[in-house]
Write a protein that binds this ligand. Structure first.
Ligand code: 6GU
Length: 319
């Protein structure tokens, strides 16, 4: 998966070098490109913000740098121009003369960071916003490529407290896409025409992490990238752990994971529940589900109401 992140604080993303995602990058599972928005300014002060029309406090991000950034990173789709990318050259970036140089902050990404990703299925092959009826990223790239040879665009994700809630289901959906682009706003947000215009040529999602306000989109993007990245095939050691996650589509949908234990069997007088030492896999699974139901009822009762009745068995109802 390719990720492009546009920000005025590229250093925020230095942490993507460490831990699980750092390993995923070094393994070639995750191709991260961080871009400094100020590379697309032209004044001495590299200005990215201005006062809001209509008055009010704070500053708004100017549309021009964003427009140029998106134009550079997502070159206009031109049906008549032959696609220079060969099917076999999946990891050879396309030469990109228009790309500003030296804005890629991630070590080791080199000078080719601004080329579009290699084998991107066009999530917005139609050239307009994604339709709710057809989830993007579900068609094989080759099919999309046939329908529209040069339609290769990312999904643009704009973190904002005004967006729709980001959920585990979104993380799963995004993890299946070949190319995601994140636009980190600061101040009071990005001039609304940026998302509006971007929607004419790529799918755009404005998403929120919850009902609170962050100082900018950077930390929100780190959260989403971690939620998405750990779902990529080969990133987590044990693929089963994904199915057991709280909120995981399937058995854990709308449920919080229950308590977990490791050795020693007794610690400061507190014993691990006997059932976990019993070796009875059926009994253990049942106990874990009971605990998940109990914990959810206690801390997130509204989630339980969302559980579809056909997902509950008689034991569930007794808990
Ligand atoms: Cl996605 N961005 C910002 N700036 N603040 C938030 C948020 C996102 N989600 C909750 N608060």
């Amino acid at each position: 998966m390719r990720l492009d992140i546009i920000t005025i604080f590229p250093e925020y993303f230095d942490v993507l070098d460490i831990s699980l995602l750092g390993k995923a990058r070094r393994a070639g599972l995750l191709d991260v490109h961080v871009h400094d928005l100020r590379e697309w300014t032209h004044d001495r002060h590299r200005t990215v913000d201005d006062t809001p029309y209509g008055g009010g406090p704070g500053m708004v991000m100017k549309p021009e740098p964003w427009g140029e950034a998106l134009d550079t990173l997502v070159p206009p789709q031109d049906a008549d121009r032959p696609d220079p990318r060969e099917p076999g050259s999946a990891h050879e970036p396309r030469p990109s003369g228009a790309a500003p140089s030296g804005k890629d902050s991630m070590a080791g990404d080199g000078a080719t960071a601004d080329a579009p990703p290699p084998d991107t299925a066009a999530a917005a092959a139609s050239g307009s916003a994604d339709s709710p009826g057809s989830p993007a990223g579900t068609s094989p790239p080759s099919q999309e490529a046939e329908a529209s040879p040069s339609a290769r665009v990312p999904r643009l994700i704009i973190p904002t407290p005004s967006g729709r809630p980001f959920t585990q289901a979104d993380a799963v959906r995004y993890a299946a896409e070949p190319w995601l682009m994140f636009a980190c706003g600061r101040y009071e947000g990005i001039d609304s025409r940026v998302a509006e215009e971007a929607r004419t040529r790529m799918p755009v999602d404005e998403v929120s992490l919850g009902d609170f306000v962050l100082a900018g989109g950077e930390v929100a993007v780190l959260v989403m990238v971690e939620a998405i990245g750990r779902l990529l095939p080969g990133v987590l050691g044990n693929a089963d752990s994904i199915a057991d996650d709280s909120f995981a589509p399937g058995a854990m949908e709308s449920l919080l994971e229950g308590p977990v234990y490791t050795k020693p069997p007794v610690w400061r007088g507190r014993a691990v529940p006997d059932v976990l030492l019993s070796g009875h896999h059926g009994a253990i699974a049942r106990w874990r589900r009971d605990e998940a139901l109990r914990r959810t009822a206690r801390t997130r009762p509204e989630l339980l109401k969302r559980l579809s009745p056909e997902k509950l068995d008689d034991r569930d109802r007794a808990v």
